[in-house]
Ligand binder design. Structure first.
Ligand SMILES: Nc1ncnc2c1ncn2[C@@H]1O[C@H](COP(=O)(O)OP(=O)(O)OP(=O)(O)O)[C@@H](O)[C@H]1O
Length: 341
């Protein structure tokens, strides 16, 4: 049995114009997100990993409508929320909420906790102050805050508690999907696990789907069902998190993982990068975007590479018999597809 996707992203592209031309026009563009396709089913969690500047934040901000897409579609339950208008647009938008990295800057310091938590409901309208307070108390309890916290201001809380407030606010509209933008990276290590456990508990209780971006590959392996690896605005490899992160296929994924000492790798030689930094994303390379940095580059890499499903490198389908067994692995590298590397 397969479940229809909750979120479908099709061919999503975001180019930022760089002003400087005649009369203030754009002379060139930053190609931040390049033709990304992804899906998330109800209750599933997808992690996006990749080095700084690869386009993770822009991708999720384009999905939720915080940055303008240049082309492509974002469908929630089959409906494109960018094309919807008025009340319908707000309804679709409320199915997705975002939790940012830094709770300090995402919470208005002037408001008490009960108002912060119920801000999205306040904006939606139709609830009395007493109803909002009652809902705030329920939400606070579900994230581990106490009733006496409701009248305090954000500065009276620790970083971990502030992130609990941000999570309570994000779930206030009963969304189906939470976007988690590095949700624990601004927190002390001792507190990170508490927030992750809270998110896992809420996922079990509320059936939430998560789209998480993170630099922390070990966290993504632990937290997410599936992972997509981004390089220069493209997804270069995707599949079940454990399989992709334990036996990476794309040379870039191997390089990324070679910098994570806590992961165990079955491959003897992981690092596949010869030289260099993330290339200039104002002028996209022809052919494989990773070609100039890849020690496996060969004939054929100068042609554009497609993200193609391929056989499981470990030879097992790990998650049978659940729906998750249907997850394909895919890679954007013709040499990996052919089993050459
Ligand atoms: N508003 C903007 N105008 C121009 N370029 C931008 C803008 N926002 C992001 N970029 C560029 O788009 C590219 C992708 O940036 P983005 O922040 O999405 O990457 P990231 O993978 O999230 O990085 P990090 O992990 O450091 O947050 C970068 O080259 C960045 O400089």
């Amino acid at each position: 049995m397969t479940t229809a996707p909750l979120l479908s992203v099709e061919d999503l592209t975001v180019n930022f114009p760089i002003p400087g031309g005649w009369f203030g026009g754009a002379t060139s563009h930053v190609h931040a997100v390049n033709k990304v396709d992804l899906t998330i089913r109800p209750g599933e969690s997808l992690g996006i990993v990749g080095e700084s500047g690869c386009g993770k934040s822009t991708l999720v901000q384009a999905i939720i409508g915080l940055v303008e897409r240049s082309s492509g579609k974002v469908l929630i339950d089959g409906q494109d929320f960018h094309d919807a208008r008025g009340k319908r647009k707000r309804e679709i938008r409320q199915q997705m909420q975002i939790v940012f990295q830094d709770p300090q800057s995402s919470l208005d310091p002037r408001l008490p906790v009960w108002r912060l938590i119920t801000e999205p409901l306040h904006v939606r309208g139709g609830m009395s102050k007493a109803e909002l307070r009652a809902r705030a108390a329920e939400l606070a309890a579900s994230v581990g805050l106490r009733p006496e916290h409701l009248d305090r201001r954000p500065h009276e809380f620790s970083g971990g508690q502030r992130q609990r407030i941000a999570v309570a606010r994000a779930i206030s509209t009963d969304p189906d999907l939470l976007i988690l933008d590095e949700p624990t990276s601004a927190l002390d290590v001792s507190v990170q696990a508490q927030i992750i456990n809270l998110l896992l508990k809420l996922q079990r209780e509320l059936g939430l789907a998560y789209l998480m971006i993170s630099h922390d590959v070990s966290l993504v392996r632990h937290f997410c069902d599936r992972v997509a690896v981004m390089y220069l605005g493209q997804i270069v490899e995707a599949g079940p998190a454990v399989q992709v992160l334990d036996s990476p296929a794309h040379p870039y994924t191997r390089t990324l993982l070679a910098t994570v000492p806590s992961l165990k790798h079955p491959l003897p030689e992981l690092a596949a990068t010869r030289v260099g930094e993330l290339p200039n994303n104002r002028i996209l390379p022809t052919g494989c975007y990773y070609r100039d940095r890849c020690s496996f580059a060969a004939a054929g890499c100068d042609r554009p590479q497609s993200l193609v499903e391929f056989g499981d490198r470990t030879g097992t389908v790990a998650m049978s018999p659940s729906d998750k067994a249907a997850w394909p692995r895919s890679v954007r590298c013709h040499r990996a597809q052919a089993g050459d590397i």
